[in-house]
Write a protein that binds this ligand. Structure first.
Ligand code: URA
Length: 255
């Protein structure tokens, strides 16, 4: 793969003039997201990293999947930064832990609780994982303009989907003692949701001197169930998520 970054399967030639990347976790969401841009076309695919490019208001925009969780996100962001990307918007799905945040709503992450391991490789735990204000504001303005219910606040980013998000509906049915009661504690502290990448992305952004933000479409309501909702509702939520995320580009000055 000469001329290509180590893992993501694309190089500077494919990235071209793009300086902003939209980052879904799921490779299948990449072509759907790129289709909301003009001139969408595939660039490459390697492991969990699928890349497409499109054009928005005359500017090239990259869409690349991170895979699930901090380690693969850190690889994706590092290699895209090497290739010239400076603004990163994670566009993912999430589980709400607050009654007021229903399925189908958007959560725009202002700061992330660092329940991951990868961010520790960029900054000590005392360092806060904070979103870029300009990108976050653009996501908020886009959601407002489209009338899609949205909440801005704190997200808990966990390395695990099951114990780290205190799910008992599992093979062992057991959550280690240090995580028992953690969901209630995060609720009490006003945390809106669980997902698995924002803390790594935001901490890396500070360490690398790049900008990052995160928006999540709510596909599980943990007050009601440990399970995500139906495939149909997930699909509808993802459509709105993509609409808001791409709409945010109109509220941004791309460098
Ligand atoms: N993603 C998560 O990490 N948790 C959920 O509950 C749903 C999506």
């Amino acid at each position: 793969m000469s001329g290509k970054a180590y893992h993501i399967g694309i190089g500077a030639q494919e990235v071209g003039e793009a300086t902003l990347a939209l980052l879904p976790g799921d490779p299948d969401r990449v072509p759907r997201m790129a289709a909301a841009l003009d001139e969408a076309r595939p660039l490459g695919q390697h492991r969990e990293f699928t890349s497409w490019k499109g054009v928005w208001s005359g500017r090239e925009v990259l869409v690349c999947s991170t895979g699930i969780g901090g380690p693969s996100t850190s690889i994706c962001v590092e290699e895209l930064a090497q290739l010239g990307i400076r603004q990163f918007i994670r566009v993912g799905t999430t589980g709400s832990i607050q009654e007021k945040v229903p399925v189908g709503a958007m959560v725009i992450t202002q700061a992330a609780v660092r329940l991951d391991g990868a961010s520790l490789h960029f900054a000590p735990l005392a360092f806060p994982a904070v979103a870029d204000f300009q990108l976050t504001k653009a996501l908020w303005l886009s959601a407002q303009a489209k009338g899609i219910p949205s909440f801005v606040g704190t997200t808990a980013s966990s390395d695990t989907f099951y114990p780290g998000q205190e799910r008992y509906d599992t093979h062992a049915g057991w959550v280690p003692r240090h995580l028992q009661g953690s969901l209630k504690e995060w609720q009490r502290l006003g945390v809106l949701n669980y997902e698995m990448e924002a803390a790594t992305l935001f901490t890396m952004a500070a360490a690398l001197g790049i900008q990052a933000a995160c928006i999540g479409g709510v596909i599980a309501q943990r007050q009601k169930s440990e399970q995500p909702v139906s495939a149909e509702v997930i699909r509808q939520t993802e459509d709105q998520l993509i609409d808001v995320a791409v709409g945010a580009l109109s509220h941004l000055e791309l460098p």
